[in-house]
Design a protein around this ligand. Structure first.
Ligand SMILES: [Mg+2]
Length: 401
């Protein structure tokens, strides 16, 4: 079997990867919704993979792996890897998880990040707002038991709470979180009060993580971790580096991690196992969150999960904007991860029409916070081409032809 073509279309802002073969089998992959700008990078990789046998996934990846980087530049390479596993599975009529080592669980736990804007009536960064946030989470379809709240430097709290930190508040930046610095006592106390309100509202049977940075100075990160130890949070995410920061700073993380029982988490922006090496081997964090659509693919995150497990580090893979194909990929690889898997982040940010233009999920697939691992070939999801064509924009009109 040979790869004959690599295509990329933008559907509802999400780059979709298509790999075609001379045997009529097609593989699909998806890049995070906020990254339509990586389409030229995807297409640039076409000449590197055409003519190769897609079933030799690692052999193909060795040709293109060096052409990726920290988020967002690992996305093209990663989505191509997903499409290769899709083809390799379909070629032997087996789900991708069987080629990745075989599943060790029939259901995978997923957690739900709660966005401030989706809460009916809004949820401001106050204890009352965090209470509403938690109540909204408990009411969601899917009966999620684990949530994540964007807060502190990873939110508009920096803008909304007066004198949150000793630094300039940037009100004209497109992202709400380009801030970094030392927190004021008042800002710190407010943050702790908000987190406490959310956790107490959730009550028994639920838990939450907090996506808090990057932006913390290490001493504030440690103060926060210690101040919330009694709440038994699942983790505090990306306080020092993370998100789109193109470096790790594992030694600074280690200072915090070694001195608290609140789990410290990072890693969604990191590309490849090599860049996890020091973080894992120095026990710099308690939990890591690689994203299979950014880290280099499914085999890459599987390797990292095994390495983390050897060092007593838990897994909570990132995936909030990975779309419906990214959801399928997360399920496949989380089915084969070792016992250090906590849960993956549910890709909540896709519109309901994706269920109509694809075949695989008939609607929200989460029940009791769990998703069944499908046994359909490849990634277990395909386009309904007739319906999907309606969503192509002019420049991509020939994508399915
Ligand atoms: Mg995050």
């Amino acid at each position: 079997m040979k790869i004959t073509d690599l295509k990329c279309a933008i559907i509802a802002n999400a780059p979709i990867i298509q790999i075609r073969t001379d045997e009529g089998i097609t593989g699909w992959g998806q890049i995070e919704t906020p990254k339509p700008y990586v389409k030229p990078q995807v297409l640039d990789l076409k000449d590197w993979i055409v003519g190769q046998d897609p079933r030799d996934v690692e052999r193909v990846m060795r040709r293109i792996r060096v052409r990726g980087g920290f988020k967002p530049f690992g996305a093209a390479v990663s989505a191509i890897e997903h499409a290769l596993w899709d083809i390799a599975g379909k070629a032997v009529n087996a789900p991708a998880h069987r080629l990745l080592g075989g599943k060790v669980r029939d259901q995978v736990r997923t957690y739900r990040t709660l966005y401030q804007a989706e809460v009916p009536g809004g949820a401001e960064h106050t204890p009352a707002g965090y209470k509403r946030w938690a109540e909204y989470g408990k009411s969601l379809k899917g009966e999620f038991t684990l949530f994540k709240l964007p807060s502190a430097y990873h939110s508009s709290m920096v803008r909304d709470f007066p004198n949150f930190y000793y630094g300039e508040v940037q009100t004209d930046a497109p992202f709400p979180y380009p801030h970094k610095g030392t927190m004021t006592k008042e800002g710190f106390d407010h943050l702790v009060a908000c987190i406490t309100a959310a956790k107490e509202t959730l009550g028994p049977g639920y838990n939450t993580a907090v996506d808090a940075g990057p932006g913390f100075m290490p001493i504030d990160a440690l103060r926060l971790a210690k101040a919330v130890e009694h709440l038994h949070l699942m983790w505090l995410e990306d306080m020092i580096t993370g998100d789109y920061v193109p470096y790790v700073n594992h030694d600074v993380y280690r200072e915090v991690t070694q001195n608290t029982t609140t789990p410290i988490h990072t890693g969604e922006e990191i590309y490849l196992r090599q860049n996890y090496k020091h973080l894992i081997e120095s026990h710099a964090v308690h939990v890591i969150g690689p994203d299979p659509a950014d880290v280099g693919g499914l085999a890459e995150i599987k390797w990292i999960a095994e390495h983390a497990d050897l060092h007593g580090i838990a897994m909570a893979p990132h995936g909030t904007a990975n779309g419906i194909f990214g959801l399928a990929a997360l399920i496949q690889v989380c089915a084969v991860m070792p016992d250090n898997l906590i849960a993956f982040e549910y890709p909540a940010r896709f519109e309901p029409f994706w269920y109509d233009i694809t075949e695989g999920f008939d609607g929200m697939p989460v029940k009791g916070g769990l998703i069944d691992v499908p046994n359909r070939p490849g990634m277990g999801i395909n386009f309904n081409v007739k319906e999907a064509k309606k969503h192509l924009t002019e420049g991509d009109a020939n994508f399915f032809d």
